[in-house]
Design a protein around this ligand. Structure first.
Ligand SMILES: Cc1cc2nc3c(=O)[nH]c(=O)nc-3n(C[C@H](O)[C@H](O)[C@H](O)COP(=O)(O)OP(=O)(O)OC[C@H]3O[C@@H](n4cnc5c(N)ncnc54)[C@H](O)[C@@H]3O)c2cc1C
Length: 395
């Protein structure tokens, strides 16, 4: 690690990053490369906690760019999953309309459209391994902050507290830090998602696993979607998305720990879908997580504060239908680290303001694209429009 702290805004400052997701860990790495004093406070008990969730495709201009700047491309090449980005677009009857498995090559690093896939666990491990020892303070569930002059007191659920000079909220969708930056709240997108993960997919979801072929499926029909991705540990992750009332979660009365109830709901809600999709809901040990999809207002902005800001979902939560969430979190980390370690600013507030201006403008565009995708994919013409996006035409 270099120790270029001379003239740096963060010299002798304690930086507390709240949340060790992809955004927070990328930021910690980038700041440590510049010699900053950084801690990451993460509520997970330890690094052994299994990281759930769909695989992630990193983009040339954002996620991969941040990794490049973080000096982690070799680690990424060692951990990404070649060919896991191969997509099949299907309809509710399980007909295949677009198939990347039949293509010989899907591009390579350096190609703008090459979007290599990595599982969340290996991405997290790779970032953790790049940090100085004891950077991440595990089992640190933050419940609040208190301002003390120019510093912040961080208050943990277990009653502990620490003091920091600069706070970065990287604590995701239900950020505890965001209210200290802005009162602006997310709005409901109109789509709810039910996510599940099936262990040993070869055994527990045989037919889907055969179609999946280690890649991804995007199925659309009847104004509903199902997205499936294969993971390196032999499991598959999927999420079903459909138009639902904002209160569906409570009104449905479903006990999501009772898989039979979930299966019955799926049969009714996805009544026109082929029986092959039932496999996703029939496996006994699947843990289901319902996620009503919220989005921050696209025109959100606030005045920069002297020593607190947000990155990733905490800053600009959005639905997953443009595959940009992690990529934007990592680009936030890059742009914020560049601002905070630049010699162009005389104080931290100006550096934060510069970062936030870039973040607001970028989110206005990406968030628009995300909401448009979310809407059309859950409309009667969803499949047709997705095919056009992929340069195909559907009669
Ligand atoms: C079903 C689904 C599919 C998705 N697919 C994609 C995709 O394909 N591509 C993509 O780019 N994005 C995708 N996303 C979005 C992506 O997951 C998020 O945008 C991304 O994880 C945001 O990163 P983050 O670091 O900001 O927050 P997170 O990944 O949410 O990390 C936040 C961290 O903070 C910790 N934390 C939270 N609260 C506290 C607290 N109070 N105290 C201490 N620690 C705390 C959490 O434990 C977590 O480790 C998907 C999202 C969903 C729901």
């Amino acid at each position: 690690m270099s120790s270029k702290t001379k003239d740096m805004l963060l010299q002798n400052k304690k930086v507390a990053i709240i949340g060790g997701g992809p955004g927070g860990l990328t930021l910690a790495r980038l700041l440590q490369l510049k010699g900053a004093d950084v801690k990451v406070y993460e509520r997970d008990k330890s690094r052994e906690v299994r990281v759930q969730g769909a695989t992630l495709d990193l983009h040339f201009e954002s996620g991969l760019r941040a990794l490049e700047e973080a000096g982690l491309m070799d680690a990424f090449r060692a951990n990404y999953r070649p060919d896991a980005d191969r997509l099949r677009i299907m309809d509710e009857h399980a007909s295949i309309f677009f198939d990347e498995h039949s293509k010989t090559a899907k591009g390579d690093f350096g190609d703008e459209w090459f979007r290599p896939e990595i599982d969340r666990g290996p991405l997290r491990n790779m970032l953790l391994d790049s940090l100085l020892p004891d950077t991440v303070v595990w089992d640190s569930h933050i419940v609040s902050l208190k301002r003390h002059g120019d510093t912040w007191e961080i208050i943990f659920q277990n009653g502990n507290m620490v003091i920091a000079d600069v706070i970065i909220g990287a604590d995701g969708a239900k950020s505890k830090i965001r209210p200290f930056v802005t009162p602006i709240k997310p709005f409901y997108s109109g789509v709810t998602v039910l996510e599940g993960n099936i262990y040993d997919a070869e055994k527990n979801a045989k037919k889907i696993n055969t179609v999946l072929q280690g890649g991804k499926i995007m199925a659309l029909g009847d104004s509903k979607t199902i997205s499936v991705s294969a993971k390196g540990d032999g499991s598959l992750d999927f999420y079903a998305g459909w138009n639902a009332d904002v209160n569906w979660l409570t009104d449905s009365g479903i006990d999501f720990k009772n898989n039979k109830q979930v299966l019955e709901w799926f049969k009714k809600e996805y009544v026109n879908w082929d029986s092959i999709w039932l496999e996703l809901f029939e496996a006994e040990n699947t843990i289901f997580v319902p996620r009503p999809q919220y989005c921050m207002p696209l025109d959100q902005h606030w005045d920069a504060q002297p020593n607190i800001t947000l990155i990733g979902d905490a800053a600009h939560l959005m639905p997953p239908y443009a595959g940009e969430g992690v990529n934007m979190a990592m680009l936030d980390a890059l742009q914020l680290s560049q601002s905070l370690t630049s010699e162009n600013f005389t104080d931290i507030r100006s550096a934060i303001a510069h970062y936030e201006r870039q973040m607001f403008a970028r989110f206005a565009d990406i968030g628009r694209e995300t909401l448009d995708n979310t809407e059309f994919m859950h409309s009667p013409d969803g499949l047709k429009k997705l095919m056009v996006m992929f340069g195909q035409h559907l009669e």
